[in-house]
Design a protein around this ligand. Structure first.
Ligand SMILES: [Zn+2]
Length: 283
């Protein structure tokens, strides 16, 4: 582990050095026009209300590759489309076959793995999920962004929320954790106080332990920079995501601004690798 980290530190230092050179060469240029040192992918786009043809046109226009995610899990999860068995998942995968997109699912709740066989899941490029649906007062799934959330005391809530993150990251074969660090309305204003270094550390450690990428969300402009710096220092990989529906896909200004601030290179970014996908490593 130590050897790995020092190699990573070396690579990061080299990247910082080359970025510094590039910055001084173009000091007068608008930083937003500097071509990033990596392939720009929006790994969090939804096909709702659009066709794949429209989406591909947009991808070309915006020079952003798209990863498409369809909601997946039991039919108790309520979304316009929820893939719930091998047949539905296979048809979805087939519909994207040969198209220049990554094929993913947004896994729902904690029992989604029971809906599918490993073989069919492994034909996806990646599995993404978030922690915004959690066990409410009676243990039933509850979308935290909908009314009626009983959150109680902020510190107790956040400790329970962090445990929910870590437990799911331990149990689920996921590649990308999306909408990370989002807090429900009553607590969003206390973000800095609630996301202490210790709480961030628990999530970040689980991400490193299981090679789970952390999404830098341009949908929510989260996680905030201190959170991201702690994750980067620990060796976490990142992905970019808009959580966009057509035509709001591939709009990654915030993700790219954070990537510049963190001097991310291709090596810091998530890329699906055949044979090393989470369902292949962990199921
Ligand atoms: Zn989503």
């Amino acid at each position: 582990m130590r050897a790995l980290l020092s190699r990573r530190d070396f690579l990061t230092q080299s990247a910082v050095a080359s970025c510094a050179l590039a910055a001084s060469a173009s000091a007068a240029e608008d930083m937003s026009k500097v071509v990033p040192a990596f392939l720009v992918v929006d790994f969090h786009t939804h096909l709702d209300n659009s066709t794949i043809e429209d989406v591909l046109r947009l991808s070309e226009e915006r020079k952003v590759k798209f990863g498409i995610v369809e909601h997946a899990g039991t039919k108790e999860n309520k979304y316009p489309v929820v893939l719930s068995n091998d047949e539905e998942l296979s048809a979805y995968i087939a519909s994207l076959e040969g198209k220049p997109v990554y094929k993913g699912i947004q896994a729902e709740w904690t029992d989604w793995m029971s809906c599918f066989s490993r073989d069919v899941l492994a034909r996806l490029d990646y599995v993404l999920t978030d922690m915004m649906t959690w066990p409410g007062a009676n243990g039933q799934r509850q979308k935290m962004w909908e009314p009626g959330l009983d959150v109680g005391d902020p510190a107790t809530f956040t400790d329970r929320y962090v445990d929910f993150y870590v437990n799911n990251m331990e149990l689920m074969p996921i590649d990308v954790l999306a909408n990370v660090s989002w807090l429900p309305e009553p607590f969003a204003r206390d973000y800095d106080a609630l996301w202490t270094e210790a709480r961030v550390g628990k999530v970040v450690d689980a991400a490193v332990r299981h090679s789970i990428a952390i999404e830098i969300s341009s949908g929510f402009n989260l996680p905030k920079i201190a959170w991201l710096k702690q994750a980067k220092a620990a060796g976490v990989k990142f992905s970019f995501g808009s959580n966009g529906r057509y035509p709001k896909m591939g709009l990654l200004d915030h993700s790219l601004a954070m990537a510049r601030e963190l001097t991310l290179t291709q090596d810091d970014l998530f890329t699906p690798i055949e044979g090393k996908k989470a369902v292949q490593r962990r199921l």
